[in-house]
Write a protein of this length. Sequence first.
Length: 106
Amino acid sequence: MKIIATSSGGELAGFRVVRQVEAVFVDGFRRPEEAVEGLKAVAAMKGANALLHVRHEPIGSGRYSASGDAVIVESLEPETPPDVLADAEGEGGGDEWDEPRGEDTV
């Protein structure tokens, strides 16, 4: 599974939490960004697709830890069927504009 969203708070705009997987924690990373990426990897391995309450902090010796709540979320936006997307992009309707064709008059 891939992590599609993270938040330092308890909510994700545009998503609703379907299930809480578990709290996750990683440590020993050289940079805060690496710690958060490691946290995402652990959450994904546990079956989550999002993280809430994400935190990172120094743990000494120039290393960082990160923690958060691994959750499964789903979008609040309804999914658009592929055939509707094709019509919206001009691939399925026949409403395309063509240059007028006619004989040149001189």
